[in-house]
Design a protein around this ligand. Structure first.
Ligand code: NAI
Ligand code: MG
Length: 501
């Protein structure tokens, strides 16, 4: 439908056709009430485009389409054919990566070079990886006695509802779509209202790749309307969610009504430990990447840096120098920019609010701590990279997820205190530690309460490796072979070969 598109020219000159409807059954449809979500460019606060926002009745339509596709072509399609479609899609993503990366940068504010070389590479790579898995998923024969043949079948779960956040719009979609469709599920995916645009261009590629109608349905919509309708929907068998811990909790509650299978990937306040025997230069570099990348909007951001007291002052000086030299704030389309704006006004105000909290709690503001107004005409949601020192474990800035270029640096005496501080959190997503002592490195890695540990690094992530949290950072794992577990049921079949005596 031609009225469900708009011709756009991005700030970097890229021209493209932006779909604005709901992608259901491989067709573009308007939302039932005509309500829209308007997307804002966080760099200059201008409006980019308005897209249709799904109502509960639109979610119903998407679920019906997904159910029909599940029972129809998809569940029983030859697995190699299913994998081929995914690999086609991966190829199309790669061919269209410039336009997709442009939209990510325009809508989200992340640096274009990162969107292109990291996010889009991951989106295509993840789709290809799971395309490769599609015909390698199998059950087992479990030997018990000659009288019985027992085996398992890995079955798809059914219709999966996937609710994603705005910090990595396309990558979060790929992490969820890849394993779900490889296993033979069909999907209704809702993207975040802050970044609704790139996924709609991606939807056109789904159709072009040759996927049957209804296998992948993509909608925009408000969390409390469309997201909540998905979480409660009797026709949805599984909900996978990435976002805040409080929303994750609400989704879990709603999903309990029909006892849906769930995977939740939520917040974090991940520690990074620097022991006095570490390579200080490396520790400083990774500490910077670990919190300032993606404007600090990473669920695994190592936002609490814990440094052994004998090297604390030295570390702070070197870290401040690293941030000053590397974290260039600016227009995300410019090559030299390391840090673009926060995604929305709400996130920007949230980070500024935590800066006030840190000051009033009595921590020392070592650098940054204010809005950054030197980009363009002074608009946009930019925040100076912010470092607080002399932080105590009782402070809110030590305990709560800020989700911005905002880090607290705390000192510890010895390994025991380092671990106590690291684990003194309700979260358990990422963690990092720096030491040259391999025995200590592996000992500490085992004792940290987290889903992931980086030794002498921070933020390594790879679609072949499981990703997820413990404690209130989530339930279940995404990526790698573990990601397939989240999208299959194991059916046990007992064949009686004996005779009743
Ligand atoms: P959010 O968790 O509310 O939103 C994430 C997704 O959930 C969006 O698609 C949203 O539409 C949907 N949603 C919201 N309420 C819902 C509901 N009641 N039922 C179903 N779906 C719902 O996160 P928000 O408000 O965008 O950000 C707030 C904070 O959450 C951030 O400051 C950050 O601390 C954290 N966050 C963590 C992320 C992560 O990667 N773990 C990603 C985004 C946010
Ligand atoms: Mg936006």
């Amino acid at each position: 439908m031609s009225s469900l598109t708009v011709e756009l020219t991005a700030p970097n000159g890229v021209k493209y056709t932006q779909p604005t409807g709901l992608f259901i059954n491989n067709e573009w449809v308007a939302s039932s009430k005509g309500n829209k979500i308007t997307s804002i460019n966080p760099t200059d606060e201008s409006e980019i485009a308005s897209v249709h926002a799904a109502e509960p009745e639109d979610v119903d339509k998407a679920v019906e389409a997904a159910r029909a596709a599940f029972k129809g072509p998809w569940r029983d399609m030859a697995t190699t054919e299913r994998g081929d479609l995914m690999i086609n899609l991966a190829g199309l993503i790669d061919q269209n990566k410039e336009v997709l990366a442009t939209i990510e940068t325009w809508d989200n504010g992340k640096p274009y070079s990162v969107a292109l070389n990291e996010d889009l590479a991951e989106v295509a790579g993840c789709m290809k990886y799971y395309g490769g898995w599609a015909d390698k998923i199998h059950g087992q024969v479990i030997d018990t006695s000659p009288a019985k043949l027992a085996y398992t079948i890995r079955e798809p779960i059914g219709v999966c509802g996937q609710i994603i956040p705005w910090n990595y719009p396309l990558a979060m979609a790929a992490w969820k779509l890849g394993p779900a469709i490889a296993c033979g599920n069909t999907v209704v995916l809702k993207s975040a209202e802050q970044t609704p645009l790139s996924i709609l261009v991606f939807a056109n590629l789904v159709k072009e790749a040759g996927f049957p109608p209804g296998v992948i349905n993509i909608i925009n919509g408000h969390g409390r309307v469309a997201g909540a309708a998905m979480a409660q929907h009797p026709g949805i068998d599984k909900i996978a969610f990435t976002g805040s811990t409080s929303t994750g909790r609400e989704i879990m509650k709603m999903a309990s009504l029909t006892m849906k299978n769930i995977t939740l990937e939520t917040g974090g306040k991940s520690p990074l430990l620097v022991f006095d025997d570490a390579d200080l230069d490396q520790a400083v570099k990774w500490s910077h990447v670990g919190i300032m990348s993606n404007m600090g909007q990473i669920c695994t951001a190592t936002s609490r840096i814990l440094v052994q007291e004998s090297i604390y002052d030295k570390f702070i000086e070197a870290f401040k120098k690293q941030v000053t030299e590397t974290s260039k704030v600016g227009d995300p389309f410019k090559d030299e920019t390391f840090q673009g704006p926060q995604v929305t006004k709400a996130q920007y105000e949230r980070v500024l609010g935590y800066i006030d909290t840190g000051k009033s709690e009595g921590a020392t503001l070592a650098m940054g701590g204010e809005a950054y107004k030197n980009v363009g005409e002074g608009k946009g949601f930019f925040v100076s990279p912010t470092v607080f020192t002399n932080v105590k474990d009782s402070m809110r800035i030590f305990r709560e997820e800020v989700f911005g270029p905002f880090v607290v640096v705390v000192s510890f005496k010895d390994e025991e205190e380092a671990l106590a501080l690291a684990n003194d959190t309700t979260y358990g997503l990422g963690s990092a530690l720096f030491t040259k002592d391999i025995v200590k490195a592996h000992r500490v890695a085992r004792k940290i309460e987290a889903g992931m540990v980086w030794i002498n690094s921070s933020q390594d992530s790879d679609y072949r490796i499981p990703f997820g949290g413990v404690k209130q950072s989530g339930i279940g794992r995404e990526l790698g072979e573990a990601g397939l577990e989240a999208y299959t049921n194991k059916k046990a079949v007992h064949v009686n070969l004996g005779t009743w005596l």
